[in-house]
Design a protein around this ligand. Structure first.
Ligand code: FES
Ligand code: FES
Length: 158
């Protein structure tokens, strides 16, 4: 299997590695960089637990090859907190109890983050549409929607 050198800007820092052509971005993040906040739930593009931002757009990192991210920007859940301050999307999930087991939460937060970058005041329907590719088997989604709305309000106020 051919090997490739890749350099990906991850959470603002250039990170390099040598990967096989078939190596998935999620494995690069977790196994090479140790960023295990990005979860693997299904490996088949269904659950969204592996969602990260690629050049600002949410993608399922189990469906992106590491070589496809070469030279591009990736943001993971570890990139949300800045200087000890939780991002409003993290604070929203905390305040509104938007999680139970927490397995889906990193992907939910990255999808919520991307939504709020595009739409600072999303309706419940718009939030539900945005997270439709992220599955949660615990919460029933009600508190997840509240969490995103909480974050939207906090972001608008700041
Ligand atoms: S692990 Fe990627 S969508 Fe489920
Ligand atoms: S909190 Fe358990 S899967 Fe969402």
């Amino acid at each position: 299997m051919a090997k490739h050198d890749v350099t990906i800007e991850v959470n603002g820092e250039a990170r390099s590695g040598e990967v096989e052509s078939r190596f998935l971005l999620v494995h690069f993040l977790r196994e090479v960089l140790g960023l295990t906040g990005t979860h693997i739930g299904c490996d088949t593009t269904h659950c969204g637990a592996c969602t990260v931002l690629l050049d600002g757009r949410p993608v399922k990192s189990c469906t992106v090859l590491a070589v496809q991210a070469d030279g591009r920007k990736v943001m993971t859940v570890e990139g949300l907190e800045q200087n000890g301050q939780l991002h409003p999307i993290q604070e929203g999930f905390y305040q509104e109890h938007g999680l139970q087991c927490g397995y889906c939460t990193p992907g939910m937060m990255m999808t919520g983050y991307a939504l709020l970058e595009d739409n600072p005041d999303p309706s419940e329907a718009e939030i539900r549409h945005a997270i439709s590719g992220n599955l949660c088997r615990c919460t029933g989604y009600v508190n997840i929607v509240k969490s995103v709305r909480h974050a939207a309000a906090a972001k608008r106020a700041s």
